[in-house]
Design a protein around this ligand. Structure first.
Ligand code: F6R
Length: 260
C-alpha cells in the first residue's frame, strides 16, 4: 500500500484526481470502478474540471459502480444511480450506456448480481477502482465479517452504517434501506489498481486498522494489504491514528518517480 497524506481533503482529492487522470490518459478505454458517498465528491469535481478543460476524455471509458440500495428506483434522489448522474456522469463526456450500477430494484436480485459479475468480466475487468471506507471498515457495502472472497450479492447493512448514511436521507435512519447490492470483496480485489480515499477524524480508526492492523474480515478494508497496487489518499485527520505516519511522509517526499 502506498499511503499518501495531505494536510486537508481538498489537496488529497486533487492529488487523487491527478493520478486517476493520468490513468485515463494512459488508457482512454479504461474500465473504472466507482464509489458514491461523501468522500469521492472532491475527486469527481476535479475530474469534471479536467474533462471540461479538455485535459482528459471519458468518451471511450466505461464504469461499474460498487453498490446500490435495494428497493429504490434509479430516479429516486437517494439512489446511487441518481447520485452518479448528478455528481459525475452528467458533467463529463462518458456515454451513459457505458456506465453500470447494480440493479437494486430488480425483482430477481440473485440474477441481477450474477449478470453484474458477468458484465464486469465481459468488459475485461475493472482497471482502476475508486473506494471509500466506512467507519466500521467496510468497502463497497461489505460489512464486517463479509467473506474476503465474496462476489456481487445482496447484503444487509449494519445499524452503524444505516445511522451513518441517514445524513443522505434527511437525517431519517428509518428511511435508509436495509438491503443493498454490492460488489463482493473478491470482485473488488480483482481490479488491477485501487485508489482508496478517506477523510476526517471519524475514519481514523478504520484507516489505522486497514493499513497497520491484522488482515481480518472484522475490518474488510484490511484485505487491501494483500492487493498489488493500492494508493491510499488521506487527510491529516484520517491519518491521525497511524503509527507510521512519519514514515509514509518520508517515503512520499523522496518518491523517485513522480506519478502526479
Ligand atoms: C459507496 C460505498 C461505501 C462508502 C463508505 C464511506 O459506494 O461503497 O463503501 O465509500 O460508506 O461513505 P462516505 O464517503 O459517505 O463516508
Amino acid at each position: 500500500m502506498e499511503v499518501i497524506i495531505y494536510p486537508d481533503k481538498e489537496q488529497a482529492a486533487a492529488a487523487a484526481a491527478d493520478y486517476v487522470a493520468g490513468q485515463v490518459k494512459r488508457n482512454p478505454y479504461i474500465v473504472l470502478g466507482l464509489a458514491t458517498g461523501e468522500t469521492p465528491l472532491g475527486l469527481y469535481k476535479n475530474l469534471i474540471e479536467k474533462n471540461r478543460k479538455g485535459e482528459i476524455s471519458f468518451a471511450k471509458a466505461s464504469s461499474f459502480n460498487l453498490d446500490e440500495y435495494c428497493g429504490i428506483s434509479a430516479d429516486n434522489e437517494n439512489s446511487y444511480a441518481y447520485y452518479m448522474r448528478k455528481n459525475f456522469f452528467e458533467h463529463i463526456d462518458i456515454k451513459l450506456e457505458n456506465t453500470h450500477i447494480p440493479d437494486g430494484s430488480s425483482e430477481n436480485p440473485i440474477i441481477a448480481c450474477e449478470q453484474y459479475e458477468r458484465a464486469i468480466k465481459g468488459a475485461g475487468g475493472v482497471e482502476l477502482q475508486i473506494l471509500g471506507i466506512g467507519a466500521d471498515g467496510h468497502i463497497g457495502f461489505n460489512e464486517p465479517t463479509s467473506s474476503l472472497s465474496s462476489r456481487t450479492r445482496m447484503k444487509t447493512l449494519t445499524e452503524k452504517t444505516i445511522g451513518d448514511n441517514a445524513r443522505f436521507f434527511g437525517g431519517d435512519a428509518s428511511a435508509v434501506p436495509w438491503h443493498v447490492l454490492t460488489m463482493g470483496i473478491g470482485t473488488i480485489m480483482e481490479s488491477e489498481k485501487i485508489v482508496m480515499l478517506a477523510f476526517g477524524e471519524s475514519k481514523a480508526d478504520a484507516v489505522a486498522g486497514m493499513i497497520e492492523g491484522p488482515i481480518t474480515a472484522m475490518l474488510p478494508a484490511s484485505v487491501l494489504q494483500t492487493h498489488q497496487t493500492v494508493k491510499v489518499f488521506l487527510d491529516e485527520a484520517a491519518a491521525s491514528k497511524l503509527k507510521l505516519a512519519g514514515y509514509y511522509k518520508w517515503v512520499l517526499s523522496r518518491k523517485p518517480i513522480a506519478e502526479w
